[in-house]
Design a protein around this ligand. Structure first.
Ligand code: CA
Length: 228
């Protein structure tokens, strides 16, 4: 059952939306403030957010921006400021759709369904990769192991991100060379071995017995599958 989070400070509106959405088979969460809405989103990671624009605590736009910084959760803005909606979309504030107030709850349900279908059809790339006990923040270019920030060079980061994005896949040195340094690489495939060695020294508790990045003899390297 998909979960919809409603962030809206008009209790009557929440009540109506909740009842329509529940009848349509959705599980519904709600918050009456921007800040509480955002923390609820963090905790529950709903499938879609219906987000009011004018909210106490934290403005709807800030909530949308925060959510978008961390995920591709579909967002529908609910707005009474009709004249500004075009700008809203144009400013790429991260909303996927908007509905101007006043609206019919049936329309909202239809838009929720349509947007969920769309987002399921186009699975999004995660912005944070989690592999084993590593957290790889693709936008912030940061890697944490058990919460501790690791100090990687850009090349090491790119190599790790490429490997961890497809656990279990063996990459050749040439593929890693391209992943690590982009299209304009220079160097030899063997330089990958040096980068991997440095990466392991920072990443692996015991670099001699690597638990994240395995050597695939005759091919190159691969990131372990979780649990394996
Ligand atoms: Ca409001």
């Amino acid at each position: 059952m998909p979960t919809v989070l409603i962030v809206e400070d008009e209790p009557e509106l929440v009540k109506v939306l909740r009842s329509y959405l529940e009848q349509a088979g959705f599980s519904v969460l709600s918050a009456g403030r921007g800040d509480t809405g955002l923390s609820l989103w963090e905790q529950k990671r709903p499938d879609l957010v219906l987000l009011d624009l004018n909210l106490p605590g934290l403005d709807g736009l800030d909530v949308a921006r925060e959510i978008r910084r961390k995920s591709d959760t579909p967002i529908i803005m609910l707005t009474a400021r009709v004249e500004e909606t075009d700008q809203l979309i144009g400013l790429e504030l991260g909303a996927d759709d908007y509905i101007a107030k006043p609206f019919s709850p049936k329309l909202v349900v239809a838009r929720v369904r349509a947007l969920l279908r769309r987002s399921e059809a186009a699975p999004s790339t995660p912005r944070v990769l989690r592999a084993a006990d590593l957290e790889i923040d693709l936008e912030g270019h940061a890697v944490r192991r058990g919460g501790d920030l690791l100090d990687l060079t850009p090349t090491e980061f790119n190599l790790l991100a490429a490997l961890a994005a497809q656990p279990g896949r063996a990459f050749s040195r040439l593929q890693l060379l391209e992943a690590g340094q982009g299209a304009a690489y220079e160097g030899y495939e063997r330089t990958i071995d040096a980068h991997i060695k440095n990466l392991r020294a920072k990443l692996e508790p015991d670099p001699k017995n690597p638990k994240y990045i395995e050597t695939v003899f005759g091919v190159g390297y691969r990131f372990i599958r979780s649990g394996g």
